[in-house]
Write a protein that binds this ligand. Structure first.
Ligand code: TMP
Length: 211
């Protein structure tokens, strides 16, 4: 379905095990059944190139330094914007992206200690200066996230194998980053999936109606 409005870019952010992928899928299902032109996408891994980059950073079968790791996410993002995000915005879609640039600021900036100003600049370059209209932040404790990761995984990704201190830095990073923004919807990830989805959906629909 193609809309006459300009598109709406929504990113969903949170630590691994926060429930953001479940939320993204549920939002897409409810928004599309309401007849809205919605597109589900993700970083990393939404394009053919991205699929290869995603496997590289998640499996880490060879040494990858922090700067190289960030640049792999940046390459995924550049391709994602060129191939998927910009065309979908031009077609007037509501784009729901499971992670985006803020994940780099938090994982590679707060988590790995890379220069956040540099990450912000490169992110902006890969995204042609476009930023999400709204970010849904699903906030959970490290303990809740850890329990969910254990329940769902046969094999952990490189990020899920990180120490507790790394996860705590991510939580501090997301909290700090989003406290300074006005377009973030904070969701309590300890609530039921239905409650979180209803809450996020209302924010998206009101932003869409305001376009
Ligand atoms: P996910 O798709 O299951 O969320 O996994 C993606 C992993 O990649 C997750 O552990 C977070 C990490 N990541 C970064 O470290 N930096 C980034 O820029 C992005 C998009 C993801």
């Amino acid at each position: 379905m193609v809309s006459r409005k300009k598109g709406l870019l929504v990113s969903i952010e949170g630590i691994d095990g926060s429930g953001k992928s479940t939320l993204a899928a549920s939002l897409v299902a409810t928004l599309s059944s309401a007849g809205l032109p919605v597109l589900l996408t993700k970083e990393p891994g939404a394009t053919q190139l991205g699929t290869i980059l995603r496997a590289l950073v998640q499996k880490k079968e060879m040494p990858i330094c922090s700067k190289a790791e960030y640049l792999l996410f940046a390459a995924d993002r550049a391709q994602h914007f060129e191939q998927i995000i910009i065309p979908a915005l031009e077609q007037g879609k509501i784009i729901i992206s499971d992670r985006m640039a803020d994940s780099s600021l938090v994982y590679q900036g707060y988590g790995r200690g890379l220069d956040k100003t540099m990450i912000t600049q490169v992110n902006s370059w890969t995204m042609n200066g476009i930023t999400p209209d709204i970010t849904i932040y699903v906030k959970v404790s490290a303990q809740t996230a850890f329990k969910r990761i254990i329940q769902r995984n046969a094999e952990f990704t490189s990020f899920e194998k990180e120490q507790a201190a790394f996860i705590e830095r991510l939580i501090i990073g997301f909290d700090e980053l989003f406290a300074a923004r006005t377009n973030t919807v904070w969701c309590d990830g300890e609530q039921t999936p239905e409650h979180i989805s209803d809450y996020a959906e209302r924010s998206i629909i009101s932003s869409w109606n305001a376009l």
